[in-house]
Design a protein around this ligand. Structure first.
Ligand SMILES: Cc1cc2nc3c(=O)[nH]c(=O)nc-3n(C[C@H](O)[C@H](O)[C@H](O)COP(=O)(O)OP(=O)(O)OC[C@H]3O[C@@H](n4cnc5c(N)ncnc54)[C@H](O)[C@@H]3O)c2cc1C
Length: 716
């Protein structure tokens, strides 16, 4: 048997054995995680279409330059244009969810148009305005492609501080869009460098010399027929970045660019022909635009974590190192080392928890945006809708922050778990990490979002104390005294979903109370509201972090409880994973469980032991579980994560194909030869050239003579 055949047989047999007797029905497990069989079938169809289409060929992607990737991305966009108008919005969204895994740069380049630009129009246009832009071709990307111009060189997160101005010219019924200084240059704008014809520009509204805050304006950038820049528009490419090379980020400067008054988005604030500014009764309604991106990023966190773990866990199943038993015929699979299980299995449970949380967040988002869209002037549902929006806003802020952080960590932990091969670009982690990292920054920097979530928890706590009944997300604050006094009754409670849930409720209640108490103490000490919030930012952050872990656990728990026990093993194994996630997070946040005294130190030891136990238990069904994530080899684009386990042959082939052996050396004559055959200059003998030793001898003799002369004079 050839050596390569030997290795292929061994790794393929090993992975086949891992899936020989799955303890649950893999297909049914997959359906639960995808929300429905219909959605799973759609995803499989999209994956197959992409795998067979040469435009989506990806094996060479790791060696392409930025410019080649941008061009490839545009070819893919052309391809996807067909589906934009031929399939339902829901199907297209699902297709895009998959595209995000396959090609995050492509997802972003289309996302700035469909998610951000169109999202801004949807949430900011009056019905007539929206019809106008529809007719112009916004839905089908016909003669228009939008970008989203919020961030400036000197300002990002602080949207109120943006400096671009939109000054109303009453005489001509136009707005004049202007960049007053370098710092106000729009920066990072995705699609601006090469693709966009229009931009939704965030600018300070100035009417009759008075500023009215940041509003949104549609500004044409290029003539769609020639792609020449329109008068007053200056655009440049901001060049190479950490990842997502497929998207052309650019800068934009406006020099007194005139747009019609009707190009300001006027659903919330209106400017009349004679310059009257009508503000919306409730500013909160304008928040809706931010939710879609965050919801998508929580789903992307779940999907990307599952992708990274599919690679690292399949690899761990077939990679062998050392023999833990000297008599064993084969070396040990690295997945069998308890420490390796500790590194990967909790992350596996977490990725499943994120998946169910993402489904719930999507449901919440749909419900909230439908409620906002249905609102009419004087609607009796206004207050209930605002409350729902506030809750969705705070929940999505915390989830976006903590899920993207955890996923970025999952990618790197997965990479490290694959040793040297994890570091090779061909196995996918390098691009995955660089592409994913920006989720922690854009559409709300994670720290800022976490602090916003913490702020909202403080106000929920105050509401609960005043007797207001809180909704399910913060429901644990309703019966606060009882919840705060909670203690883990026994080790057995740690084996139940109810028991674990009670722990999270108590510890989250303590963390939120601590943040609220600190805040109120600062207010009593005379600090302003804003100063008090800043003073207690660390406790606010901690409250958001603990609340969010508890929230994720609860979503997982509810998903398990909604399932029936059907004899297919799905509910039972999801329950194992839900408990595992809840307990592992307890271990991760041990200090807070001990400080609130929900757990005693001895019980904390029990938690730790149970987590180790769950790691071993989950290892037993790790490969079938990963198969239920339903990610094709084409989407993974990582030979060491292949479904069939034939990792070495495929890895070797991919490396060889992308790095053909050259006939001649690329720079031997030019660089290597002159280097290894360089002349060694003869060393000069500095002592001899200077004659230093003779000179030292002369100095010595002179000194001795002088001393002898001095002595002779003394004796006289
Ligand atoms: C690849 C990429 C693509 C992008 N695409 C677009 C686009 O298409 N359109 C667009 O408009 N923008 C885009 N952006 C910009 C992005 O949305 C901003 O970079 C992001 O919102 C963060 O803002 P900032 O860069 O100003 O960071 P800053 O707000 O300056 O933050 C810097 C640091 O300070 C911290 N910080 C700031 N304020 C506070 C505070 N109050 N309390 C505590 N800490 C604080 C933050 O946590 C962060 O660590 C893109 C960015 C990137 C990287």
């Amino acid at each position: 048997m050839s050596t390569s055949k030997k290795w292929s047989d061994l790794t393929m047999q090993t992975i086949a054995k891992e899936r020989a007797t799955p303890p649950f029905d893999i297909r049914k497990m997959s359906i639960e995680q995808h929300g429905s069989e219909k959605d799973l079938i759609k995803k499989e169809k999209f994956m197959l279409e992409a795998a067979r289409d040469p435009v989506f060929y990806s094996s060479d992607i790791y060696d392409l330059t930025k410019d080649q990737i941008r061009e490839r991305t545009m070819q893919r966009i052309q391809k996807l244009a067909h589906y934009v108008t031929s399939e339902s919005v829901d199907d297209f969204q699902k297709r895009m969810e998959l595209m995000s895994l396959l090609d995050p740069g492509l997802w972003t380049r289309l996302g700035v148009h469909y998610g951000l630009f169109l999202g801004a129009l949807r949430s900011g246009c009056t019905p007539n305005q929206f019809s106008y832009w529809m007719e112009k071709g916004v839905i089908g990307c016909k003669e228009m492609f939008g970008c989203f111009g919020m961030t400036e060189l000197a300002h990002g997160s602080n949207v109120a501080g943006l400096e671009t101005t939109a000054t109303f010219d009453e005489q001509t019924d136009e707005f004049v869009i202007h960049t007053p200084n370098l710092g106000a240059t729009k920066w990072w704008i995705g699609g601006a460098a090469h693709t966009a014809t229009h931009c939704s520009v965030f600018a300070q509204l100035v009417v009759k010399g008075k500023k009215h805050g940041t509003k949104t304006f549609v500004v044409p950038l290029r003539d769609p027929k020639t792609f020449n820049l329109l008068p007053g528009i200056n655009i440049g490419d901001i060049g190479k970045k950490m990842g997502r090379d497929g998207i052309d980020n650019g800068y934009i400067q406006f020099t007194n660019v005139r747009i019609p008054r009707a190009f300001m988005l006027m659903k919330h604030t209106q400017v009349t022909r004679d310059g009257e500014v009508r503000e919306p009764p409730l500013q909160q309604l304008t928040y809706g635009a931010l939710l879609q991106g965050r919801t998508a990023m929580v789903a992307d966190s779940a999907n990307t974590a599952k992708k990274a773990l599919t690679i690292s866990i399949r690899y761990a199943a077939v990679r062998r190192q050392f023999k833990s038993d000297a008599k064993a015929e084969l070396e040990t699979q690295i997945l069998d080392y308890p420490i390796h299980q500790r590194r990967l299995m909790p992350l596996l449970a977490q990725s499943v928890a994120f998946g169910f949380t993402a489904l719930e967040l999507q449901r919440l988002y749909d419900e909230t945006s439908n409620a906002i869209e249905a609102l009419e002037p004087g609607d009796p549902n206004l207050n209930a809708t605002i409350e729902m929006l506030k809750e969705t806003h705070a929940t999505s802020a915390g989830l976006k922050a903590f899920c993207t952080w955890a996923t970025l960590e999952t990618i790197d932990k997965s990479r490290q778990a694959c040793g040297g091969h994890g570091y090779s670009s061909y196995n996918g982690f390098a691009n995955m990490y660089a592409d994913f990292a920006v989720h922690c920054t854009w559409e709300g920097d994670n720290t800022i979002l976490a602090l916003q979530a913490g702020r909202s928890l403080i106000s929920s706590y105050q509401d609960a104390r005043e007797g207001k009944k809180l909704s399910s997300g913060t429901g644990y604050l309703n019966n606060i005294e009882k919840v705060l006094a909670g203690k883990c009754p026994s080790d057995a409670a740690l084996d139940t979903l109810d028991g674990i849930d009670a722990g999270w409720a108590t510890v989250a209640a303590h963390a939120v109370k601590k943040a609220a108490d600190d805040y109120e103490a600062r207010i009593k000490a005379g600090r302003s509201k804003e100063q008090a919030f800043e003073d207690c930012s660390q406790v606010r952050f901690v409250a958001a972090s603990i609340h969010t872990s508890g929230y994720i656990f609860r979503q997982f728990r509810h998903a398990v409880e909604r399932l029936e026990s059907r004899g297919d093993g799905v509910k039972e194994h999801l329950e194992i994973l839900a408990k595992f996630y809840g307990l592992w997070q307890m271990e991760e946040k041990a200090a807070f469980f001990l400080r609130s005294a929900w757990l005693s130190p001895a019980q904390m030891d029990a938690v730790q032991a149970k987590v180790t136990e769950y790691c071993a238990k989950t290892r037993e069904f790790a490969i079938p579980l990963i198969d239920s994530f339903a990610l094709s080899d084409h989407v993974l684009n990582s030979p060491i994560g292949r479904y069939d386990g034939d990792i070495y042959r495929e890895y070797f082939n991919m490396v060889r194909k992308n790095n053909p052996q050259l006939k001649g050396h690329p720079y031997f004559e030019k660089l290597i030869k002159p280097f290894i055959f360089r002349e060694t200059p003869e060393m000069e003998d500095y002592d001899e050239a200077i004659g230093i030793d003779d000179e030292i001898e002369e100095i010595k003799q002179d000194r001795e003579e002088a001393e002898a002369e001095a002595k002779a004079n003394e004796d006289k």
